[in-house]
Design a protein around this ligand. Sequence first.
Ligand SMILES: [Zn+2]
Length: 369
Amino acid sequence: MWSYEIGKIKGIPIKIHITFLLVLPLFVFVFSVDNRFGFGDFPSPYNYIWGLVTAILLFVSVLLHELGHSLVAMRYGSRILGITLFIFGGVSQIEEISKKPSEEAKMAFVGPLVSFVIGTTLLALYMGLSVFMDGGIIRVLRVLGFINILLGAFNLIPAFPMDGGRILRAYFATKYPYTEATRKAAFIGKIFAFIMGLVGVFVSIWLVLIAFFIYIGASEEESATRMKSVLEGVKVRELMSENIVYALPDMRVSELLELMFHTRYAGYPVVSRIPENGLITVDDVVGIVTFRDLQRVPFTQREIVFVKDVMNPIVETIDVDNDVSEALKKLQGSTSGRLLVVENDRVVGIISRTDIVRALQILSVREET
Ligand SMILES: [Zn+2]
């Protein structure tokens, strides 16, 4: 949400978030007026032009850092949903990060490594060229070189969501189970954030803000990992609704609303024929219709619009013996928010995102006690 795709690199969508557009002019301004890390001593309008060039190249550097993460993650079999440039920098949306400590560590480390390589290369160029050259390009090399080194170092801070936090967890994961490793890494991250915030009170408000951001990141990572571990080993069979109530394509919307009122499910498989003794095969199902689909039909048309006109024709299935985490993953891209549960071609149930979230809440309460 709030982001705009600007292109694709190796199939990865590159997106710009609205906060990025707000912060870009700020960066241009800072680069234009600062004397040491900018072009404040350049005559106007050159200081602004070089400021703009540097700001854009800075975000290209951030993009390269994120591409480093994404490409290594892809090599380990993860799917990359995209890279988004935010106010704070870049974020790679990686669907499932490898839990193998060595793979996660490599994936996390490659980002800072890219930043260090860019930084040292630019600084080396700066030192070589500044002997016989001067001007905008030389200054750009120096400024970007420093910032990239800073970016690499900052990301090695051992706290989530920084890359250093992941590297730390990977280290713990070689000794403890994954959830325990995450808890330990998050704990260290929180202590780090706390000290950083305390120092920040005396030094700079920026440090306090960054510390706050790290603290939140550590807590989020911890709860996300705990959620996943709670679901571990739970099968689709345990959470699905077994009593399938089906709809027919030629039902009127008003009829289905009546059926919904009596059965109180929010989604129904649409079948091409009335099933004999309740047996439905996958091939019988032509779509999924949900309460939301019906809501879109105006009141006056409920008698003349049929289920087949409003249903979602894309039917996604999952095997009854699959893990719930697998179902959750499939549901991420699903429009109807439901999967048909199948056992040898037979439809035996239906599972929705809401079913899983509710079970998750109950399970995590049970786990606490
Ligand atoms: Zn990174």
